[in-house]
Design a protein around this ligand. Structure first.
Ligand SMILES: Cc1cc2nc3c(=O)[nH]c(=O)nc-3n(C[C@H](O)[C@H](O)[C@H](O)COP(=O)(O)OP(=O)(O)OC[C@H]3O[C@@H](n4cnc5c(N)ncnc54)[C@H](O)[C@@H]3O)c2cc1C
Length: 381
């Protein structure tokens, strides 16, 4: 039967990770679900990111619990949908004493499950290529997962369609919502409830409401480097990342680290550069990133910013960076005062936007929250 002749329980606008996560939570509740996206294949932040499901370092009260839940769902989904987990864990490398103090404070907190400190000697025994002379310590966290997002997102969509009967309407823009009517560029879809997961599009739907939240976009530069000829044991990060992840930077000592970085690495701080190094199955490295905020950041990569990312690569690993074989940029939604925006323009509609660059890590939990909010908790059902 045509999707235009079907009455759905739930329509989801957006086939990025948040839309797919919401569709999954709805389908698991037995709802009849349709996902509508204007692109033929996901092009947004969800396929431009590291595919890095970060748990350690997420903000303590709202994002860390969501990341823990999402990680568990990622494991189930990856197994069911045939998505390889390319990496587990993260190594947070510290070259500054302020970073070591912060890592110790983290280890003493209740967020440190699955984490331990490695001495430089122990780290080098497991990863001889970690040659940075200034290395003081490594915090190893075993809870992270990494998938290849450009492959994983379509696989989740295919699996939702195949195993959960979710309908997809692609190459179709949603132009207006008056539940139970969803007006699209191809006709009207009928759905009791609607969840809008538009990523960083704040103008197509509910522009007046979204304007009140003062949202902006954050642009990130990303690089792919050639296979260095060795395998890294986990995704790698450095001191600069400790200052950006609230689960670390909000601990005692976070301000000291930020002050030292501002003094010693002003250019990297200015361009929001921090280091994430992840390895793909073919050995190549996904390396980033930078943070440039604005209503419409320009679409260009700056050589100077790539150079700052590569400087940090050299300093953190103590080796020359392999040749750059790819470059891209991505954007995500950003808010001055919240990590996730959930708004209810009416009783049957929710708008959901991850406004902190952590949608791959927290999306599955947010999807479950949205379905609970619209259809009631399982216990009550
Ligand atoms: C370079 C980069 C690196 C990142 N690294 C990480 C990371 O390592 N870990 C992590 O957790 N997060 C990371 N993030 C953040 C993460 O990618 C985002 O938080 C997440 O992908 C947002 O997912 P989404 O589904 O909300 O949005 P998107 O992926 O942008 O999807 C939104 C979808 O909505 C569709 N859409 C919008 N409006 C309409 C409309 N009116 N009609 C039809 N369709 C519409 C769009 O076509 C799009 O497909 C990174 C982001 C970037 C850019």
């Amino acid at each position: 039967m045509s999707v235009f002749a079907t009455r759905f329980d739930l329509a989801v606008v957006g086939a990025g990770i948040l839309g797919l996560a919401t569709a999954l939570a709805g389908a698991r509740r037995g709802l009849r679900v349709i996902v509508i996206d204007r692109d033929a294949r996901c092009q947004g932040a969800s396929v431009r990111n590291f595919g890095f499901v970060t748990v350690s370092g997420q903000e303590r009260y709202t994002m860390w619990p969501r990341a823990r839940r999402s990680r568990a769902v990622w494991q189930e989904v990856a197994a069911a949908a045939g998505i390889p987990i390319v990496h587990t864990g993260v190594w947070l490398t510290a070259r500054l004493p302020e970073s070591v103090a912060l890592l110790e404070a983290f280890l003493a907190s209740d967020m440190a499950e699955g984490c331990r400190m490695l001495s430089p000697a122990e780290a080098r025994r497991r990863c001889p290529w970690l040659a940075a002379p200034a290395l003081l310590a490594v915090l190893e966290s075993t809870t992270e997962l990494r998938v290849e997002p450009y492959e994983a997102i379509p696989r989740i969509a295919d699996w939702l369609a195949r195993a959960h009967g979710v309908s997809f309407l692609r190459s179709t823009a949603v132009q207006g919502i008056e539940a139970p009517r969803v007006r699209t560029s191809r006709g009207t879809v009928q759905a009791e409830c609607v969840v809008v997961c538009p990523g960083d599009d704040f103008v197509a739907l509910y522009p007046d409401r979204l304007q009140t939240f003062a949202l902006t976009r954050c642009k990130l530069q990303m690089l792919r480097l050639a296979d260095p000829g060795f395998r890294i044991p986990a995704t790698l990060m450095s001191d600069l990342g400790l200052a950006r992840y609230h689960g670390f930077s909000e601990l005692a000592g976070g301000a000291l680290l930020k002050a030292r970085l501002a003094e010693e690495r002003p250019e990297q701080v200015r361009y929001g550069v921090h280091l994430i190094v992840a390895q793909s199955a073919d050995g190549s490295l996904v390396v980033g990133d930078s943070h440039d905020y604005g209503e419409s950041p320009d679409p260009f990569s700056r050589e100077q910013v790539d150079a700052l990312i590569l400087d940090e690569f050299r300093a953190a690993l103590g080796i020359e960076a392999p040749p750059t074989i790819g470059r891209w940029i991505g954007t995500y939604a950003s808010s001055p005062d919240r990590a996730v925006l959930i708004d209810a323009p009416d009783a049957a509609v929710r708008i959901a936007i991850v406004t902190s660059g952590a949608g791959a890590s927290t999306g599955f939990a947010i999807g479950e929250e949205l379905i609970e909010g619209l259809f009631g908790s399982r216990e009550a059902a």
